[in-house]
Design a protein around this ligand. Structure first.
Ligand SMILES: C[S@@+](CC[C@H](N)C(=O)[O-])C[C@H]1O[C@@H](n2cnc3c(N)ncnc32)[C@H](O)[C@@H]1O
Length: 260
């Protein structure tokens, strides 16, 4: 009998592995745009994993040097494409594990003529840690992450102390992690975890104002229709204490990019 790697079964991830079946228009969009816009990344055993030795030269991928923005869980790309249109000066990398959603995003990117977005079909938690240098991310977005309501599923929530430490290490000195949710218990959980995270500060001392360029996505609309309150949060990396031996290296340059 073949031996199975036990890590495949133990790994806790923030998403459900679903069928990758695409409808005809998604298949068409995939055929037309995936080769150019989806960045292939070496994986481990699971198709959504990112191999720890994987590397991507983002400047080569985008063909230019620019501040890096990252979205984890971009869904159908509604916020992604709106933010890309508002910020053509950023190179934007989106992680999404659900292939049909990525195909819909490709179609949206093409319809809107956006050129500063690339997509990785993989777990963004692993991707952020493996594919981005410390201090290299100008913006990180996690909008309407799955709430995982049941207490026994809370360990699947994207926002955790471990992920907060990873984000703090990856953010550029002036960088920002922007979050939004329509679930009040998850919003409170985010506040509690992130306010306590040693590497992060909350510049608003509470909920953040809504990011003006963030459109109302299907998930937000559903929350609003059900009478839920939308909460935005923003966190920034805590500046290192003078004399602190722990440095955030390499330092980002003035544009938020990583020095070559
Ligand atoms: C509730 S949807 C929200 C989508 C989008 N942000 C929006 O506001 O419309 C959450 C999405 O995150 C994706 N997702 C969850 N965990 C992820 C991870 N670790 N890496 C990449 N995608 C993830 C899911 O597949 C799903 O499409």
């Amino acid at each position: 009998m073949p031996r199975t790697d036990p890590r495949i079964h133990r790994e806790v991830v923030s998403y459900v592995r679903r069928s990758a079946r695409m409808n005809p228009s998604q298949s068409k969009a995939w055929e037309a745009h995936a080769a150019r816009l989806v960045v292939d990344v070496p994986q481990r055993e699971l198709s959504t994993s990112v191999h720890p030795d994987a590397r991507v030269d983002w400047e080569r991928v985008f063909g230019r040097r620019a501040p890096l923005a990252v979205e984890i869980g971009s869904g159908r790309g509604e916020a992604l494409v709106a933010l890309a249109q508002s910020h053509p000066e950023w190179n934007i990398v989106a992680f999404e594990v659900f292939t049909p959603a990525v195909a819909s995003t490709l179609s949206r990117i093409s319809r809107h003529g956006v050129d500063n977005v690339r997509i990785v079909l993989a777990n963004g938690v692993e991707g952020l840690g493996v594919l981005f240098a410390p201090g290299s991310v100008a913006e990180l977005w996690t909008f309407f992450p799955d709430p995982w309501h049941k207490p026994r599923h809370h360990k699947r929530r994207l926002v955790s102390p471990e992920f907060a430490a990873l984000v703090a290490s990856r953010l550029a000195a002036e960088g920002a992690w922007r979050l939004a949710t329509d679930w009040s218990d998850y919003a409170e959980h985010m506040r509690a975890v992130l306010d306590a995270a040693p590497g992060l500060i909350n510049p608003h001392d509470g909920w953040a104002p809504r990011l003006a360029e963030r459109p109302i996505t299907k998930y937000e609309a559903r929350g609003l229709a059900a009478g839920r309150t939308i909460r935005d949060l923003t966190y920034r990396p805590r500046p290192p204490v003078v004399g602190d031996l722990v440095h955030r290296t390499p330092r980002p340059d003035a544009t938020g990019g990583v020095p070559l």
